[in-house]
Design a protein around this ligand. Sequence first.
Ligand SMILES: Cc1cc2nc3c(=O)[nH]c(=O)nc-3n(C[C@H](O)[C@H](O)[C@H](O)COP(=O)(O)OP(=O)(O)OC[C@H]3O[C@@H](n4cnc5c(N)ncnc54)[C@H](O)[C@@H]3O)c2cc1C
Length: 296
Amino acid sequence: MKNINVEEKINLSKYTTIKVGGFAEYFSKPNNTDEFINLIKWSHLNDQKCQIIGAGSNLLINNIFLKGLTICTKTMRSIKIESNTGIVEAEAGVMLPTMSNILAKNGLQGGEWTVGIPGTLGGAICMNAGSGNFSVANNVLSVKVIDTTTLETYEIQKKDIDFQYRFSPFQQNNLIIISAKLMFEPKGNIEQLLETTKKTLKRKTETQPYDLPSFGSVFKNPTNNYAGKLIEELGLKGFKIGDAEVSTTHGNFIVNNSSANSKDILDLITVIQQKVLQNKGIFLQPEVRMIGFDYP
Ligand SMILES: Cc1cc2nc3c(=O)[nH]c(=O)nc-3n(C[C@H](O)[C@H](O)[C@H](O)COP(=O)(O)OP(=O)(O)OC[C@H]3O[C@@H](n4cnc5c(N)ncnc54)[C@H](O)[C@@H]3O)c2cc1C
């Protein structure tokens, strides 16, 4: 197979924002769509399990040896902007903060809120990342995918994707996101957009623990409530297992103080769930995705 570069026994903790992870049997960082597709074909032909990660900013990877190929899309960074129409076409690995700044510089409005989310576009579509009333799904026009069972590539229109709160069907199906077309409001005031983008980032870094490794919000917000508020009300901010700690800045964040491992973090998640269930009668559903666990 041409155009593929596969490494062996790579430590994945370097590829997650919480700095925790096991070892990948095979690992690759494709530079473009062709290389990406070739890698997926390689894993299929060699009967290898294929795991996709973006920026690893919503991931808890178990400290184990992960069989098969792990592909990190972060190096697939092509992005095309049509300033007049507001249509953007970007590869899965484009980082949201990069995209947010490019949008503002081109006068495209509606992507300012993404600036503080340290994930890739593919990861954001898979997670339907969002903030307040905004979510990536609102801007998606279509998604180009590859089916890992048939190796067919095709485009799915937004109307055929059942996006929900922090959920997309890509969390469950055999489709891998290659690229996407998005739509933003064209001809905005560039100065104002740059200012809003800057202020949004400032607000996020002041209210969330950006100074320590984390994976963003651990739990989804329950209906008409906030996971962070429930956790804070139980006095769990600052509660630790090993080097994993419930952030003192934001109750819905777990931070890695230095050498937390995946067990510390999973144990902390479980304790929080138990305490919130016992005291508030609410089961907190993790937002963070788990790899290498028998988690339901
Ligand atoms: C400091 C901080 C702040 C955050 N703030 C927010 C926030 O405000 N709002 C929010 O929603 N999230 C937030 N997050 C969480 C995270 O950044 C988002 O969920 C982000 O969209 C995940 O993107 P990623 O590239 O890191 O995905 P990863 O964590 O690498 O992967 C997440 C999931 O997507 C899948 N995936 C990744 N790429 C593809 C692909 N190409 N095709 C198919 N599946 C794929 C993975 O297999 C995995 O299941 C925050 C995280 C941090 C660390």
